[in-house]
Design a protein around this ligand. Structure first.
Ligand SMILES: [Zn+2]
Length: 249
């Protein structure tokens, strides 16, 4: 680290659990953030401000006026622009040290697998089950830690599926694909603006801890937030030995 970096990251370096070594690990790491919306905004902004070296920011949508209430990565002038590019510009203003790789497309198939394979940590900030399951399958295949978040109305949830560990449950253990689940979207249901901030910032915290190698992750635990009562609940997760994604490994 140069003098400017020692200053910029000094409040991390002062933490015994991070220090110079942990900050060097952050600077050398690569994160994949899928979704530059309500969750991806705070998640990517904290990863960038904290000096996570390379951030792949993926989103196929353009910024809409209805996004600005919560998607704090995007400014009013960005309406109509691809979210990946608008996000890249904001992150570059926050921290020019960070290499942001914008992908203005909905990642799927080989493209998704390539990005997951190249990442040290994956943040699922998407808003639909098809993408969530595709990310989970790729993380299981390449044994990458997955930080998963969701927010709708006043309700949020967040967990880590640390697929480097064969004993860890995966997203599909918790929400098996094909089970009749109702897809709920912010577009129709509404979402409380800071709820996405709380959940997205929690995802950033878990990702930074995983990369820096400090603390205990949410692996094996699902946190549920009731934003109206402002109460957190914790559910212990166990691996499903019959899971179609991780059961055979
Ligand atoms: Zn599983």
């Amino acid at each position: 680290m140069n003098d400017q970096q020692l200053l910029r990251y000094s409040r991390h370096i002062l933490l015994d659990q991070i220090g110079i070594d942990g900050q060097e690990r952050l600077l050398a790491a690569r994160a994949l953030v899928v979704g530059a919306g309500g969750l991806g905004s705070p998640a990517a902004m904290y990863l960038a401000s904290a000096g996570l070296g390379s951030i792949v920011l993926c989103d196929g949508d353009t910024v809409d006026l209805t996004n600005l209430q919560r998607q704090i990565l995007h400014h009013t002038a960005a309406v109509g622009r691809p979210k990946a590019l608008s996000g890249r510009d904001t992150l570059a203003c926050i921290n020019p040290d960070v290499d942001v790789i914008p992908l203005a497309q909905r990642l799927a198939g080989n493209g998704l697998e390539e990005q997951v394979a190249a990442a040290d940590v994956v943040l699922d900030c998407s808003d639909n089950f098809a993408t969530r399951h595709a990310i989970n399958r790729a993380c299981a295949k390449y044994r990458k830690p997955l930080v998963s978040g969701a927010a709708i109305r006043f309700d949020g949830q967040v967990s880590v599926f640390d697929l480097r560990d064969a004993a860890s449950p995966c997203y599909n253990c918790l929400f098996p694909e094909g089970r009749d689940v109702e897809e709920v979207r912010c577009a129709v249901m509404g979402v409380f603006a800071p709820l996405t901030g709380i959940i997205g910032a929690t995802q950033a915290a878990e990702a930074l801890k995983l990369v820096a190698g400090c603390g205990e992750s949410l692996s094996g635990r699902l946190l549920l937030l009731d934003g109206l009562g402002m109460e957190w609940r914790q559910i212990t997760l166990t691996r499903d030995p019959a899971c179609a994604v991780c059961g055979g490994t």
